[in-house]
Design a protein around this ligand. Structure first.
Ligand code: DQA
Length: 146
């Protein structure tokens, strides 16, 4: 069975109460529960990991116990060469998700260290973006071209 790691960066543990006008009222647990149901329907196995620490996210990638990754690196998207290098090192396909559209926000959010190495970047769809990412990866593995 295809194994997909769902990697969540800093402050996403506060979803539900964090700037709800921007990020919505769903908690991270609720988003993950809904994704887990979707994954079951698609016959894909998910593992979830959230950290506020850059190195912990890098360490999780180094375990390489997955076939693909869905990542919302949050603020590290805009700063982390370490995370970019980790993705290049493990060399698995990944889809980048952002609840908001960072390109429509402050200029410092227009810098993105993952976008050009991701197979897809989904922005501005709220939690539906994670489901779109899951569909993309599931289809890719179904077609056997991963
Ligand atoms: C975010 C966008 C980032 O700029 C921000 O730092 C986040 C969340 C999003 O999901 O829209 O923490 O990744």
């Amino acid at each position: 069975m295809t194994r997909i790691l769902v990697l969540q960066g800093p402050n996403l543990d506060l979803l539900g109460t964090r700037q709800p006008a921007l990020y919505g009222t769903e908690t991270l647990d609720e988003i993950h529960a809904s994704l887990a149901q979707h994954a079951e329907r698609l016959g894909v196995e998910l593992d979830f990991f959230q950290s506020n620490h850059e190195g912990a996210l890098v360490d999780r990638l180094h375990r390489r116990d997955f076939d693909a990754v869905i990542v919302n690196a949050a603020a590290y998207t805009h700063t982390s060469v370490a995370l970019r290098d980790a993705f290049l090192a493990v060399a698995v396909p990944f889809v980048e998700v952002h609840l908001t559209d960072p390109w429509q926000r402050e200029p410092f959010r227009h810098v993105n260290f993952l976008h050009d190495i991701a197979i897809r970047t989904v922005v501005g769809q709220g939690s539906r973006g994670y489901h779109a990412a899951l569909e993309t990866l599931a289809a890719r593995f179904r077609e056997g071209d991963a």
